[in-house]
Write a protein that binds this ligand. Sequence first.
Ligand code: ME8
Length: 664
Amino acid sequence: MPSNKPKFYLTTPVYYTNGLPHIGHTYSTIVCDTIRRYKRMRGYDVVMTTGTDEHGVNVERSAKKAGVPESEFVAKMAAEWRALWDELGVQGDEFIRTTDLKHAHTVQWLFKQCRDNGFVYPGHYTGQYCIYDNAYVDVKPGENCPDCGRPTETVTEANFYFKLSAFQKPLLDWYAKHPDFIQPEARRNEVLSFVEGGLRDLSITRTSVRWGIPVPGEEPHVFYVWFDALTAYLSAVGGPQYEKTGYWPADLHLVGKEIIRFHAVYWPAFLMAAGLPLPKQVWAHGWLLMDSAKMSKSLGNVVRPRPIVHVLGMDALRYYLLRETVFGQDGNFSYDALVQRYNSDLANGLGNLASRTAAMIEKNCGGKIPKPAVFQPQDTALATTAQEVIGEVLEQYDKLGFSLALEEIWSLIAATDKYLTTEHPWSLGESEPDQQRRATILWTTAEVLRIVTALTHPVLPESTTKVWSLLGQPDQPGSFPLDGLRWGQLAPAKPLGKSQALFPRIEKAEAIERMEAMEKEEQKQPSPVTATAAKPASAPAAGGAATAAAPAAAEKIGIEDFARVEMRVGQIKTAERIVGADKLLKLTVDIGTEIRQICAGIAQYYEPEKLIGRKVAVVVNLAPRKLRGVESNGMIIAASVGPEGRPVLAGFPDEDVEIGARLK
Ligand code: ME8
């Protein structure tokens, strides 16, 4: 049955698979899951996508290091990411992997739309590339990446360009017309000034990378990471058939602030070029810091979510992350603050209110929700506060103001604790008026608890489900429509449900010690891939372009794979040594159709002058690259002989072969 509810589609970033999740990734995912649950409770038909970004040089290298083919590496890592989100109660509806076939088709389709509309052209690019951030960076050779501080590499390659420069005005018009497109305000200003400063065309394919989605008919080009990764948002909800699912355009892309530019500039430009609808909003949150630095795998200052969940429970982590940091700003992580919040807000706050309310109703009202009698002004004052809190919390949630929303809810809990202290129902006697007064107080308290439970459910899904059933409420709190939440809906006479432990108090030092010990154990664990890897990966075929569904490198290849390597007979025209590179010779080689410059690592074994006129076997469709700063456009085939790998040039001693003849 098609749903007639309004649709809401939101996404987390698709995370790199060359590492495992830390609580920075967990933060984005938990926020999305909270919004997803909240929107459901507001009557939306919600789809949330998360997933993994599995292509690129980093994965090639990590897989090689682990000694497994890339496909095996990413499959194991993606499974780890998925398992963790399950453990954290994250209810992602779609888990997209960029190695999924449906994703490859969507990327290829999107490229075709952009190309058919005249926004793609072939070219060459040389630049400094940061393989860790998968981006060209604006620095000189030898300089480090300005974002992450790690070394950059000089890359020269043939590629396809996307005419980003054509979108400066359309993007600025779009931002002006949709002032909420980029959030928060500071990020919007940052993006505006970047776009106002002028946009350079963007390289969207690579020939130097094997592990990627092939550009159809243009092999060995594979798609550049961002053209590939961003498209995952669309692939997850129908790709080319997005109109059938009805979830595109996305309502919200939630990302960390370091990737706002890709989402707020490149992505809308790709979509405009393809004539597709644009997402409604991109929200860039701040970073979780550890000792004032961004928590990141490369800095090694990460905290993993599992030890926290094991010691304090998943709701404690969710609560801490959403309460402690104002959404949009950076926030420092500390175990001390985490346990402090757990004890004060969850154990002594919500947990204590729930258990004492249930215990008093159990003891005084036969375990059934009491029927209130006459309300006193102090009861109605609390009712008014609760009703106001409902409105304010919904407003804050709508603005993603989680910490303010939780603050409001906890102020209601504090007001209720105070109310109980002043009304002290435990000191009332057994007279009829006393019993009636006690019933009114306890009903009022239970009603606050019901409201608090419904309002906190998106953040604390596990514990609120327990409180909901403790209050004898039907179904799950997640199916309660928040639009209809009002004071006074708690029906009397319903028996209480089973009492379950919520947030047992914990000694701070002991909790921290346990979490830190587990964290150390986790860090010591081998990667899930190296732990089980058995097969060594073989070296990639020269010039071959692996596809997303390509067989593992160690397996046998089909003739069609071999046919991709174009080898021809070439004749060496000139040969010279390269200053500062004692192993390399710079050659010019006639390959029949053109003269190529090729560098060969044979200087220690061949005199340059003796090579002139020699016929050699040349791989001619290899992407150009620089060796010691000298461009090499092809590869000369040589046998590698003996333990030191002495090169012996392959040749044609039996017959005078024609220059340019193809080797098969
Ligand atoms: O950038 N604090 O993937 P990624 C808060 N694959 N959030 C953090 C964080 C921290 N310290 N560290 C990571 C990529 N994050 C690309 C995305 S999307 C089409 C492609 C979160 O694995 C935050 O959401 O590096 C950040 O943007 C994301 O993880 C980066 O994940």
